[in-house]
Design a protein around this ligand. Structure first.
Ligand code: PLP
Length: 430
């Protein structure tokens, strides 16, 4: 589609650019300092979990049933926390681990385990290249996606291969064709609900195809990071099928390793993290991680399950979070529609949950837009971060609306709109 600037004659375009540049100078003079880069809740939003901190006082009972949370033991997690993990991950409690406070760290450690040791008797991924004519190990990366996922695999020397998103998850025709013929593709990153950053939820068909597709690599693993599984904005929610329903009891039983944490439910960085997989994969992951840990912070687990004893309690807590998030997402939609609707300069997603909106400007615009926003005092997630390697068309920007106040967010979006218009106009003139 053509932008409105591409349709202008040379004089009109020159005038438009001059007017936009003048507006940019005005904004620069205002000395703004706004941040739309960080996918973290606002301080007021974090405060809604403060009552949890009063639960474990010095005279509290520190037992979960007959488990003493004040001492070593129960590496796999305390029973109540594993029961909650089971509800959130969609596997029986025996197939869960509650470990530490970061799902990303678990993803990092487990990916590193498969790299160094292999999985369930297969050769270590690290050895693949030497045994297969120097061919590199590859991971599929739905893109735009989460930069920290891409960082974990890139850091191990795995080649990240982008796969387009469709609005209902990754393009499964592309995924199926690649994994069926290439044994060097050992796995895939997925954020299946309210994906980071597009906000889309994988359809039932996508989930089923991921679970049942034929892979040339027998040790193919899906890292199913369900970070936003309960992060709905509205009563009408996106529904995600339980991928384990399609793998249980099949030859693909060991394919999926799922992750969730309470980082964006209670306290970012101080929540609890869960992992779920087949009995065999949970046993091998557990055996590996036990080498470096006697038992996780069970006091924190206890505090969490007393505050949020089950999935229903989590869902009602999330409704309080939604009160903060909804006006911010609606401000993004309103400002972008007012500023850029009908200009042909941009498209963006309209999530019903999660933490991000994915924004695309004209080809070759994203880096320039981010730099121009920075000059006007608005920080964005670095352009291109949503792609493994380079964003091939340099269009994508991740909008993170959660942290600023609504007023700050609106001001930041005005700046983004202005930057996109000026860059689109300058591109039309080049
Ligand atoms: N996974 C996804 C998809 C995320 O977006 C984030 C944080 O933004 C994380 C994991 C980090 O989770 P944790 O704090 O549990 O490591």
């Amino acid at each position: 589609m053509q932008t409105m600037y591409q349709q202008m004659d040379a004089d009109a375009l020159a005038q438009a650019i001059e007017a936009l540049r003048a507006q940019v100078e005005e904004v620069k003079a205002r000395g703004l300092a706004l941040d739309m880069a960080r996918g973290k809740p606002s301080p007021q939003q974090v405060d809604i979990s403060r009552p949890m901190l009063d639960i474990l006082s010095s005279d509290a009972d520190l037992h979960d049933g007959n488990v003493d949370c004040s001492n070593y033991g129960f590496f796999e997690g305390i029973p109540s926390a594993r029961a909650l993990a089971s509800e959130m991950l969609g596997v029986p409690a025996e197939q869960t681990l509650v470990l530490g406070s970061s799902s990303l760290l678990l993803e990092h450690d487990i990916c590193g385990q498969f790299w160094r040791c292999g999985s369930l008797g297969s050769e270590p991924w690290a050895d693949y290249s030497a045994k297969h004519n120097g061919e590199t190990v590859k991971f599929l990366c739905p893109a735009p996606g989460y930069d920290r996922h891409f960082g974990i695999t890139a850091d191990l020397g795995i080649e990240n291969v982008p796969v387009p998103m469709t609005g209902e998850g990754p393009d499964m025709d592309v995924v199926e064709a690649m994994v069926a013929s290439d044994a060097s593709i050992k796995g895939m990153w997925c954020v299946p609900k309210y994906s980071n950053p597009t906000g889309e939820t994988y359809s039932e068909k996508t989930v089923r195809r991921l679970a049942t597709m034929k892979t040339a690599a027998p040790d193919f693993r899906i890292f199913w990071d369900n970070a936003y599984c309960v992060h709905d904005l509205y009563d009408e929610t996106d529904d995600l099928a339980n991928i384990f329903d399609y793998t249980r009891g099949t030859e693909n039983e060991d394919r999926v390793v799922a992750f969730v944490s309470t980082s964006k439910i209670t306290f970012p960085g101080s929540g609890v993290a869960f992992v779920g997989a087949s009995p065999a994969v949970i046993a091998e992951v557990s055996a590996f991680l036990k080498m470096g840990l006697i038992s996780a912070d069970k006091m924190n687990q206890l505090r969490h399950v007393r505050f949020l004893p089950n999935l229903d309690a989590v869902r009602s807590h999330m409704k309080k979070h939604a009160e903060f998030m909804r006006p911010r997402f609606e401000a993004v939609e309103r400002k972008l529609a007012e500023g850029l609707g009908g200009t042909g300069c941009a498209t963006w997603t309209h999530p019903r949950g999660g933490y991000f909106v994915s924004f695309d400007g004209p080809d070759g615009s994203a880096k320039r837009v981010a730099a121009l926003c920075a000059q006007m005092g608005v920080k964005l997630t670095p352009a291109g971060a949503t792609w493994p390697g380079e964003d091939p068309r340099d269009t994508n920007i991740r909008i993170a609306p959660s942290y600023p106040s609504v007023e700050e967010l609106e001001a930041a979006l005005d700046v983004l709109v202005l930057a996109v218009k000026l860059v689109a106009a300058e591109l039309a003139a080049e």
